[in-house]
Design a protein around this ligand. Structure first.
Ligand code: SAM
Length: 283
């Protein structure tokens, strides 16, 4: 059975995606999570903050507000997402935007007090490598703060949409949502990956929230404003318009007409690198 697997496709936040993402998805699910994560960062009183996978700047803007004295460097793999972030961030905010792969950061060792990443680590092709990079650029006593979605079954809107799309084309299932955004949720796995990257003993907190949306808005947001769109565009039977209509219909059937208040669940993670092991010559 063929599916839409194509991991490099899963990170293509390009074309019309940044605009739809910022307009529909940020208010629906990313803004409240960003406010919560920014409070965690603010509690660490950082001077220099690196944000990876910053996207259109949901967390960037929350960091500027929560940490007014910090210098924030916001980075992302996809320049079009950062262009949208710059457009939506107030003039005069102390933010530097710079394109960067979180697995190959163009910054020196021990440069930042906090590395923050909102809903980005699921997209890393090698998470241990990405975590090591975060650890490398952190100062001693620095912290790596990130969040990740829980399994798709605990995030009802995406679960309803994916189930409907799979039922519509079972021979070529569209599995982007469960494979990537909702593909990295085991606290044991997260702790093990961080430990392998030199950050043992991470603290992980489950966060339960609600997303307010409508069937039409959510169908458009997920089918057109995420890399699910890229998978649908190369699907042999479904078009983007058909997939969006299937998703909207399924949401209407599941939640009824009118506003949708659906549960969403994620995990907030705080990890600290252990001090680098010094060799005899360095002691
Ligand atoms: C779900 S979005 C999250 C964006 C933003 N943090 C937010 O909360 O709205 C995932 C982001 O990860 C970025 N991304 C994917 N792989 C990456 C990598 N290897 N390095 C840096 N950014 C990456 C994508 O470009 C996209 O902007």
């Amino acid at each position: 059975m063929a599916d839409d697997a194509g991991d490099s496709k899963d990170t293509r936040f390009v074309g019309p995606i940044p605009d739809l993402y910022q307009r529909l998805l940020v208010p629906m699910i990313f803004r409240a999570a960003a406010d919560s994560l920014a409070q965690v960062v603010a509690g660490l009183s950082p001077h220099d903050v690196l944000e990876t996978a910053a996207g259109t700047g949901a967390l960037t803007r929350a960091l500027v507000k929560a940490c007014p004295d910090a210098a924030v460097t916001a980075t992302d793999l996809n320049q079009p997402m950062l262009d949208a972030a710059a457009t939506h961030t107030a003039d005069g905010a102390t933010v530097t935007f710079q394109q960067a792969d979180a697995l190959d950061l163009p910054f020196g060792d021990q440069t930042f007090d906090v590395v923050a990443c909102q809903f980005g680590v699921m997209f890393f092709p090698d998470r241990v490598h990405g975590y090591r990079e975060a650890g490398r650029v952190l100062r001693p006593d620095g912290s790596f703060v990130f969040n990740t979605w829980d399994r798709i079954e605990n995030n009802e809107v995406t679960h309803v949409i994916q189930s409907a799309l799979v039922a519509a084309a079972p021979d070529e299932p569209l599995l982007f949502m469960s494979r990537t955004p909702h593909g990295y949720f085991s606290p044991e796995q997260i702790r093990a990956d961080l430990e392998a990257a030199g950050m043992p003993g991470a603290s992980i907190t489950a966060i339960d929230g609600t997303s307010r949306t409508s069937a039409s808005e959510a169908a458009t947001a997920f089918c057109q404003g995420t890399p699910l769109r890229v998978a649908i565009e190369s699907h042999t039977t479904l078009s983007v318009a058909e997939a969006t209509a299937i998703a909207e219909d399924a949401l209407l059937q599941h939640f009824g007409a009118g506003p949708i208040d659906a549960p969403i669940r994620s995990f907030e993670v705080v990890a600290r690198p252990t001090a680098p092991q010094l060799t005899d010559g360095e002691r």
